[in-house]
Design a protein around this ligand. Structure first.
Ligand SMILES: NC(=O)C1=CN([C@@H]2O[C@H](COP(=O)(O)OP(=O)(O)OC[C@H]3O[C@@H](n4cnc5c(N)ncnc54)[C@H](OP(=O)(O)O)[C@@H]3O)[C@@H](O)[C@H]2O)C=CC1
Ligand SMILES: O=C(O)[C@@H]1CCC=N1
Length: 265
């Protein structure tokens, strides 16, 4: 089997590696990372081989996942530009950085897949948007790309023009969902519930509500209406949320996230 290499073993690289370990023998995986302590830690935990340079990692793998922050891309691309060939499948998970921009450095005949995963990948519940030109990849390679991304959750192929929207929808949004959980739990603690118990109740409510959207197929507004009894408790809370700009805050957050993605282009 063609090996999968990961450059960068932080939050996302590690989450993807953990997923890959469920489907591929560890001999078919390899990684490199600038942080020696991190390298040792991941090797001791997983037994996956590491390389002492990004160039060696690229040389050892056909599928090459670039999992470093956008600001480290120039250095990493410099390390691998003379190693990556037309045979490689380069998978980039950074926001903003386009396939074309990567090809400017690596070569216009180099084959790039652009993706935007998210951290729930760590527990196999990731959601990833993936973009690539299918005419450049064999059926077998496309199957491999699907396997890599479904090894840690679900994926959807989207046009590259939607990748910043994917970052807003699922790449960055877990951060604000955690803020929602934390803030709501604070409110519940104020009502007298012990904190750990509050996290359990709130997180289960969030997980259950999300499952309802996915499983029922009902409009989120309809699901909201089903909770709001006439003259009940919920509609009072809904009014307070509207008063304090809850929906608008989320749309403004999305605007900010989108703008930052676009600035990285
Ligand atoms: N975290 C998230 O929720 C998501 C992140 N992404 C994207 O994934 C990419 C990785 O993010 P994330 O995993 O969070 O980042 P991390 O900073 O957690 O991980 C990156 C790892 O790469 C290492 N590194 C830095 N420079 C180099 C280099 N030149 N060569 C090899 N390794 C290097 C870092 O070491 P050190 O710590 O020493 O710098 C670190 O261990 C980013 O582009 C990010 O935007 C995409 C979707 C979601
Ligand atoms: O904050 C970031 O830049 C990355 C991309 C999506 C989630 N985290």
């Amino acid at each position: 089997m063609d090996r999968i290499g990961f450059i960068g073993m932080g939050n996302m690289g590690y989450a993807m590696l953990k997923g890959a370990l469920k489907y591929f023998d560890k001999m078919n995986l390899v990684f490199s990372d600038a942080n020696e302590q991190r390298v040792r830690q991941v090797y001791e935990e997983t037994g996956v081989r590491f390389m002492d340079s990004n160039a060696a990692c690229a040389n050892d793998a056909k599928y090459l996942v670039l999992a470093v922050k956008p600001q480290f891309y120039p250095a990493v691309l410099k390390n691998i530009v003379n190693i990556v060939t037309q045979e490689h499948v380069v998978i980039s998970i950074a926001p903003g950085i386009t396939i074309e921009k990567l090809q400017q450095t690596l070569g216009y005949d180099r084959r790039i897949v652009r993706a935007m995963p998210n951290t729930p990948a760590l527990i196999g519940k990731g959601m990833t948007g993936v973009s690539y030109d299918p005419s450049l990849f064999s059926e077998e390679e496309q199957e491999m790309i699907r396997t890599i991304f479904t090894s840690f959750g679900q994926m959807q192929v989207v046009p590259e023009g939607l990748m910043s929207a994917v970052a807003c929808a699922s790449g960055s949004s877990p951060a604000y969902v955690y803020m929602f959980i934390e803030a709501l739990a604070d409110g519940v603690v104020k009502c007298g519930m012990p904190r750990e118990q509050a996290y359990q109740f709130v997180a289960r409510a969030v997980a259950g509500s999300a499952e309802m959207v996915l499983e029922s197929g009902l409009h989120p507004g309809k699901l909201k209406d089903m909770v709001c009894s006439p003259a009940g408790t919920t509609i009072e809370a809904v009014e307070a949320l509207e008063q304090w700009g809850f929906r608008n805050a989320l749309m403004k957050a999305t605007d900010a996230c989108f703008d930052k993605c676009e600035k990285l282009k």
